[in-house]
Design a protein around this ligand. Structure first.
Ligand code: FNR
Length: 188
């Protein structure tokens, strides 16, 4: 069976982030065809095109990790009906230098997790707007807008609700199929 490397990018830097907790659950529920690894965006210097002449090592390392992946799984909180600045920064860093975007062509899925009622719908779709532009084929269905995240986990980060777990498992099965259909064969 083919195995696909998936870079998991979480748009929250909080230790107790619900998005991070959900990412860990998704990683545990993923089908065997997917090998998922968290790729941190916390240390990326703020994008400034002037730095491109001698790019910060954190940018170089991040771009390599994304380039090395066969697919992408994004988890995003919603900040003021959009994505957090730290996630937009990562998107911008990965998209450059011009013509060498690390994101190009990688199949992706987006999950938004919020304490609010509409599950980060605004952030989810703002992120999709950038991914569409960046030629990232992003899974349309099932959608994942996870609301009311407070109380979703126990003290050990275990989901308290089995129907959410069933949904997340089905989501990862669909994502596995999406990746297998759209992954670009990596050359050496
Ligand atoms: C929020 N939050 C929030 N929630 C939401 O559903 N829609 C929104 O527009 C916002 N806006 C917003 C702005 C800022 C600056 C903060 C700090 C928070 C609440 C948000 O859903 C909550 O903090 C989540 O817990 C963030 O995700 P993590 O950090 O738990 O993954």
């Amino acid at each position: 069976m083919e195995n696909y490397k998936i870079a998991v990018v979480v748009g929250s830097l909080r230790k107790e982030s619900f998005n991070l907790k959900t990412a860990k659950i998704l990683m545990a529920l993923a089908p065997e065809s997917l090998s998922l690894q968290l790729v941190s965006i916390a240390e990326l210097p703020i994008f400034n095109e002037d730095l491109e002449e001698t790019p910060p090592r954190e940018w170089v390392s991040f771009r390599e990790k994304i380039r090395d992946a066969d697919g992408l799984l994004f988890l995003t909180p919603e900040y003021n009906r959009s994505i957090p600045g730290v996630l937009k920064n990562a998107i911008d860093v990965g998209s450059r230098p011009y013509g060498q975007s690390s994101w190009d062509g990688k199949p992706a899925a987006v999950v938004s997790v919020s304490i609010g009622a509409i599950g980060g719908f605004g952030a989810n779709h703002h992120l999709r707007q950038s991914l569409f532009f960046l030629n990232v084929p992003t899974m349309a269905q099932p959608e994942a807008y996870i609301g009311y995240a407070t109380g979703m986990f126990d003290d050990n980060g275990i989901l308290t609700n089995s129907s959410t777990e069933d949904f997340l498992k089905d989501f990862m099965v669909a994502f596995g199929e999406w990746v297998a259909t759209h992954a670009i064969k990596q050359t050496a």
